[in-house]
Design a protein around this ligand. Structure first.
Ligand SMILES: [Zn+2]
Length: 62
């Protein structure tokens, strides 16, 4: 009956190897700033999606 759905995502700090919450933007130990954009980069996804739609549209015209 144990719910295993809500496992908090952890990421390892490359500076001090401490596991911090994936929501954190800075390491709680050494204050290392994690690079942004890996989690839910919808702007990039939208750009790729639009590019794919554009390519499909072009191929349909050919
Ligand atoms: Zn750290």
């Amino acid at each position: 009956m144990a719910k295993i759905h809500e496992i908090p995502k952890k990421k390892e700090c490359p500076s001090c190897a401490f596991e911090v919450d994936s929501n954190e933007t800075h390491c709680t130990i050494c204050n290392y700033e994690f690079p942004q954009g890996l989690n839910l980069d919808w702007k990039k996804l939208t750009a790729i999606f639009l590019l794919l739609v554009f390519i499909v549209f072009i191929f349909r015209l050919l």
